[in-house]
Design a protein around this ligand. Sequence first.
Ligand code: G
Ligand code: G
Ligand code: MN
Ligand code: NA
Length: 253
Amino acid sequence: VRMAKELRLAVQQAALTVFYQPVYSLHTGRLSGAEALLRWRNQAGEWISPADFIPLLEESGQIVPVTDWLLGRALSHLRTWRQSWPDFRLALNISAISMQDRHLVNSVERSLLRHRLEGQALELEVTETAFIRDPDKASLVCDELKRLAVDLAVDDFGTGYSSLIYLKRFAPDRVKIDRSFVAGMVNSPGDQALVRAIIELVHSLNMKVVAEGVETQEQLQLLQQMGCDYVQGYYCGRPQPEEAWVNVVPNLF
Ligand code: G
Ligand code: G
Ligand code: MN
Ligand code: NA
């Protein structure tokens, strides 16, 4: 309860910030974009993970204004980055609750217009849970987002339920392999087989694959041999504030 109260204040006082983690093409080594990640620094000066505060925002209905705020903030940074990198694409995490509501479509449309950005510049990441909740509503929201030419990605792939049905139904542009599989890939033949199978499955559906949580060069090379399209993780670049982006390398190799 105390955390919920403090969080309400944080939202009001803009104590939330956005970090950005670079994403690279594994075919060319070039920077292809970033994933925006919310961060909250509480009154005690500790960094609280979104995994701990997103559920609170969802319960209290604050996820809607926070997502609107995030869209405005992140798209103004995106506009700047696209002046240096014209194809730069920014991925935002969208909560399952927001995927049930047409408000998201209106917000995205308005933000794109305000920052004079084309839909392709933006990617929305949703987990499989977003589809399970109310598939018909989520389906409507997805169709509307596709009308705006916004890209869709399935996040944390392989950790939810009914993944394959939803892959077919929602036809995302990209699928993000959960970092738990990437972490086990080098030492566990089982994880390695899963990663290989996911890449083949996704490619056979004409979608692209992003591997998350890449922490070593070994993982990177293995993913490259397997034909994975994009990578992100501590090995490639940590999530960091916009000011620190001058240090981000434009080429991974
Ligand atoms: O950055 P970190 O590893 O702590 O993120 C933990 C979880 O919080 C991840 O699953 C991530 O997708 C989620 N997350 C990060 N930023 C946002 C956001 O802006 N909105 C939503 N809904 N989830 C986010
Ligand atoms: O669920 P989602 O994929 O949105 O979660 C992204 C989270 O993963 C971010 O909070 C980010 O801080 C974290 N992350 C990014 N790269 C790595 C990595 O290489 N290793 C680990 N352990 N976490 C990472
Ligand atoms: Mn994500
Ligand atoms: Na993920």
